[in-house]
Design a protein around this ligand. Structure first.
Ligand SMILES: *Cc1c(COP(=O)(O)O)cnc(C)c1O
Length: 430
């Protein structure tokens, strides 16, 4: 390792926070020189096959010429202008696309900077909606256990109460209502008892509940669990029946990852409010959006103070919007449905050899998401090092070792990725 890289790592571990880390006990971070396609190149020249798509984002792989060209063209024009009192083509084009592609009924778009912020925006919309309707006591949210909605305070308040950060920040977080996590998986036959816990909560607390918020069909960082689309369809019915709004957090599931463009399509329903983010710009820049129905928008605008009370500095950033337009068009032009089906089939086959291992509790695949749940939490640093040694980038958390590769991954690379998963998990010693 040369001196420059050594200095970089020394400074990094002494001064820089990484996601969920401690500066007292820094975990190794691998220095990246560049990334292209499905390869992440480390500064020592090693190429890793990317299994993470940088947390659901890089669906077209890295350094894509079309996304780069969109960013460059927009940069030559303007990188940013404020969105208060000004508008521009990239924001309008993107919003037009989002209204067109998302479930019928979602007609307005709030552009924001990150997934967590789009969840805060969704929750504030629901609160202002009931305020305007003359039902200001509807201030709580109902959700399901094992959810993950982001790291800001509103979002944390609807993350799983045990694995989330509730006890740590108790007193600061609002008490929300948590139904049991769905138990009927995507493939199992539907059973109405699965929705009982949520129904009970609404029976008791609908008067105080502004909205049901959940990740449709796939729960991401809260456990990587896949559940029955009928659950989502029932949530839509219950929301109407009990007069609460339905917020779908599609930040992880959006843009094809589960085999449908949006996971709500598995259930054939339209939420009242929907959050998108992550793959929105193909992993190039941070951007998210909150979509709502004309009804929610009209009611929010009719109440006091007559406007929606949110407006981030970088709202509608033209650079991010231009790349998001390019990324979305690129996706639509590709044969993404066929590609996701093929990734799904290949992962199922690729994971088959480890399904019966004693250290493995469950193997599950849906769309371009492959999950191996171990019997006990893994030593992340040690397992990650084994993956790097095997030439792939996989970052486990807790008991979960999972991949969600860029959609453009070749069969050969995907087979190598699955083989590395099998090999590392087989040889892993707790
Ligand atoms: C990642 C994620 C978020 C938070 O998005 P950030 O961009 O990290 O703030 C919210 N909800 C879901 C379902 C996510 O996967």
């Amino acid at each position: 390792m040369n001196q420059q890289i050594r200095d970089l790592l020394t400074f990094d571990s002494a001064h820089i926070w990484h996601p969920y880390t401690s500066l007292e006990r820094p975990l190794p971070a691998y220095p990246v020189a560049s990334a292209k396609g499905v390869r992440i190149r480390l500064t020592d020249g090693r190429d890793l096959i990317d299994g993470m798509a940088s947390w659901w984002c890089a669906i077209h792989g890295y350094n894509h010429p079309r996304l780069n060209a969109a960013a460059k063209a927009q940069m030559e024009n303007m990188a940013h202008v404020m969105f208060g009192g000004l508008t521009h083509f990239p924001a309008v084009e993107l919003s037009r696309l989002l209204v067109e592609l998302t479930p019928e009924g979602l007609e307005t778009v709030f552009l924001c900077d990150s997934g967590s912020v789009s969840v805060e925006v969704a929750m504030k919309m629901a609160l202002q909606y009931w305020q305007a309707k003359g039902e200001p006591q509807k201030k709580r949210f109902a959700t399901i256990r094992n959810g993950y909605h982001g790291d800001t305070f509103g979002a944390m308040g609807v993350c799983d109460p045990d694995t989330g950060m509730h006890s740590l920040f108790s007193g600061f977080l609002v008490q929300n209502y948590f139904a049991d996590a769905p138990r009927i998986t995507f493939q199992m036959p539907w059973d109405e008892s699965d929705i009982q816990s949520l129904t009970d909560i609404l029976d008791m607390h609908a008067q105080q509940t502004a909205a049901i918020i959940l990740e449709p069909v796939v729960q991401g960082a809260g456990g990587m669990r896949f559940y029955h689309p009928r659950y989502v369809a029932r949530v839509r019915q219950l929301a109407d029946q009990y007069k609460v709004l339905f917020i779908a957090d599609e930040i992880a599931t959006g843009f094809g990852r589960t085999g449908k463009l949006f996971a709500c399509e598995h259930a054939g329903v339209c939420p009242d409010i929907m959050c998108v983010g992550k793959a929105l710009t193909g992993g190039t820049l941070t951007l998210a959006a909150t979509l709502t129905t004309a009804d929610v928008a009209r009611v929010v605008g009719s109440g006091d103070p007559g406007v929606f009370m949110h407006g981030p500095t970088f709202m509608g950033n033209p650079l991010a919007c231009a790349v998001a337009v390019a990324s979305t068009r690129l996706l639509l032009e590709s044969d993404w449905e066929q590609k996701i089906r093929s990734i799904e089939a290949r992962m199922r086959e690729g994971f088959a050899p480890i399904a019966g291992l004693p250290q493995v509790a469950d193997v599950r695949v849906l769309g371009a998401i492959g999950v191996v749940e171990m019997n006990a939490p893994v030593d992340v640093a040690r397992m990650q090092a084994s993956f790097v040694a095997a030439g792939v980038w996989v970052r486990p958390f807790g008991k979960l070792v999972y991949i969600m590769p860029p959609y453009i991954i070749s069969d050969t690379d995907l087979d190598r990725l699955c083989a590395a998963m099998c090999q590392v998990i087989e040889r892993y010693e707790p």
